[in-house]
Design a protein. Structure first.
Length: 175
């Protein structure tokens, strides 16, 4: 009996499983979730009126310790809105001053960097590079996916459906 022959016959019958498993693993990866979340937020932000807002996506800027990547920058006459996207599910626990927030899915908990702190670095980098006053820079955190805040969040931390109204209220901040 030829083992190699049997193996190749079996593989010929189920060859499609290998690419299918590869595709499934890509869709389940953190990288894909991040890219997909940013895509969805891009679609939402593109609804802002072009007469008042310009959307710049995926900005990489130099810093003292390397680079920093900003998901979205919205340039407007009302200021710059620096948007950090989080594609997450489950319950989200955190406060403005905590270094790490918690994501809880059923009994599993995991920590992640406070996105307000992450976006603070983005804001400070833009402030330094552009030489503009920080009052014109507005940090916005957008959660996309099936997540629920279980603690009170600052007004600039929003679900996807709330980010447009938060950004549009920037008109009253500077006008």
């Amino acid at each position: 009996m030829d083992i190699l022959g049997l193996f190749s016959d079996a593989l010929a019958q189920v060859w499609y499983i290998i690419p299918l498993l590869l595709i499934i693993s890509i869709f389940r990866s953190r990288w894909f979730k991040g890219v997909f979340g940013e895509f969805l937020v891009n679609q939402i932000l593109s609804r802002l009126p072009e007469s008042d807002y310009t959307l710049v996506k995926d900005v990489t800027l130099p810093t003292d310790d390397g680079t920093t990547q900003i998901d979205h920058v919205i340039v407007s006459k009302f200021g710059l809105f620096i948007v950090e996207t989080k594609n997450m599910k489950g319950w989200i626990f955190g406060s403005k001053n905590q270094k790490q927030w918690t994501q809880k899915i059923y009994r599993h908990s995991s920590k992640f960097q406070n996105p307000l702190h992450q976006n603070y670095k983005h804001v400070k980098t833009l402030e330094s590079l552009l030489g503009i006053d920080s009052s014109y820079l507005h940090s916005v955190i957008v959660f996309i996916g099936d997540s629920t805040f279980k603690t009170d969040m600052p007004e600039n931390v929003t679900y996807a459906r709330g980010c447009l109204s938060y950004i549009k209220q920037g008109r009253s901040i500077l006008c």
